[in-house]
Design a protein around this ligand. Structure first.
Ligand SMILES: *Cc1c(COP(=O)(O)O)cnc(C)c1O
Length: 377
């Protein structure tokens, strides 16, 4: 007798596809037997480990046998200070820490959405939204994109009595599009207060440097809109992707609910000390932004030279359109030791997403791309 353990799974899970991460460097090294691989596939910070973070982690190693502070007091305190200003006061009870912001996204869905409820998000947006929606057995309501970005008007119009949650990424991944204050304000004021809105600002630190959006900062709306949850991460501009630490800022009542469903020690002690140190390292963040600005210019100028169209991006990546199946180009780049990201799973089969690297990696990518295209892709 055999049992089919796929069909035994929850209905939503049965038709779920796993998240497809960027190809790890070690994997390509194993496959090709080469080194000096350039990975521009997961929107990681090319600067790597900062001095302050390194020192904090080293100092914390002695305590690795102990459980971390399950409340993350020190990091929350640092975040509260960091996020508070003359015009707004953020306190510890507004903050929920997560094992990456992905953890928080899942907590929100699990806590607020049940089987049969509707969750709204856009076409061409972050793959984690459909995954957490489907895993619960909720109904994904996917809204057609406008110019590869969020059509906030259409999203507001799609709200029904069954809508429990809306996911919005600004800037958006994988397209890099962003919207500003006016569009956001006319959207958020239309959303009923019993619908939770998650504004995912994973790339906030890149735009707050003055590029892209007109300075939209979701945390400024928390006081007025209690149904709003802002998520941010240490994985991108702060350069801690591997440590898995992100957070949400929300009304204390929402944070209270998330605190009930999270794992007791969802953020490890190294992540806690590293994130606290990263917050205090303004120089690293400034360098991250600068490297990103320069790299974005280098890549987009390179695309223009090669006659390639790209979607203007506010993030630390750019998505380029080859106007033909992009998978063979991705494969050819791999053979040259360059890993970028196919986005066919997002419904964009003619595009590749390229993360901004250091000048040398960007140059190597452009050189490889030029050679691949000269060979007919
Ligand atoms: C990278 C990214 C995140 C961050 O994920 P972590 O779990 O914090 O590493 C969240 N949202 C979007 C849209 C992203 O692109």
């Amino acid at each position: 007798m055999t049992c089919d353990y796929i069909s035994l799974a929850n209905k939503g899970v049965q038709s779920l596809s796993p998240y497809q991460p960027g190809k790890p460097i070690e994997e390509l090294e194993r496959e090709l037997g080469i080194s000096h691989i350039v990975k521009l596939a997961s929107n990681e910070n090319p600067l790597g480990l900062g001095e302050k973070v390194q020192q904090a982690i080293q100092a914390s190693l002695a305590d690795i046998g102990r459980y971390p502070d399950g409340n993350g007091f020190t990091l929350k305190e640092a975040l509260a200070t960091h996020l508070s200003s003359a015009s707004q006061s953020i306190s510890l009870d507004n903050i929920t820490l997560g094992n990456g912001s992905n953890d928080v996204l899942e907590l929100i869905a699990r806590a607020y959405v049940s089987v049969g409820d509707e969750v709204i998000f856009s076409e061409y947006t972050f793959a984690v939204y459909p995954i957490v929606t489907q895993a619960i057995g909720a109904t994904a309501v996917v809204i057609k994109a406008k110019d590869w970005g969020h059509d906030l008007k259409a999203i507001a119009n799609a709200i029904t009595d069954k809508t429990k949650l809306i996911f919005i990424a600004n800037p958006n991944n994988p397209t890099g599009t962003s919207f500003g204050v006016a569009e956001w304000e006319s959207f958020i004021q239309q959303v009923p207060e019993n619908v939770i809105v998650v504004l995912d600002e994973a790339y906030f630190e890149y735009v707050s440097g003055g590029i892209g959006t007109d300075g939209l900062d979701g945390t400024a709306y928390l006081k007025q809109y209690k149904n709003l949850v802002i998520t941010r991460t240490f994985s991108k501009a702060y350069g801690l992707a591997s440590l898995r630490v992100g957070y949400s800022v929300s009304d204390p009542s929402i944070a209270n609910v998330l605190n009930r469903v999270r794992q007791p020690f969802n953020v490890n002690s190294m992540a806690l000390v590293a994130a606290t140190a990263a917050l205090s390292d303004g120089d690293y963040l400034e360098k991250s932004r600068q490297v990103n600005r320069e790299g974005m210019q280098q890549l987009t100028q390179g695309f223009a030279r090669l006659g390639l169209e790209f979607i203007p991006s506010s993030g630390n990546f750019v998505t380029v359109n080859f106007k033909k199946e992009a998978m063979p180009i991705f494969e050819s780049l791999l053979k040259q030791g360059v890993i970028v990201r196919p986005v066919a799973n997002y419904g964009m089969p003619t595009f590749l997403r390229v993360s901004i690297g250091l000048a040398e990696g960007n140059a190597k990518f452009l050189e490889a791309l030029s050679a691949v295209l000269a060979n007919g892709g």
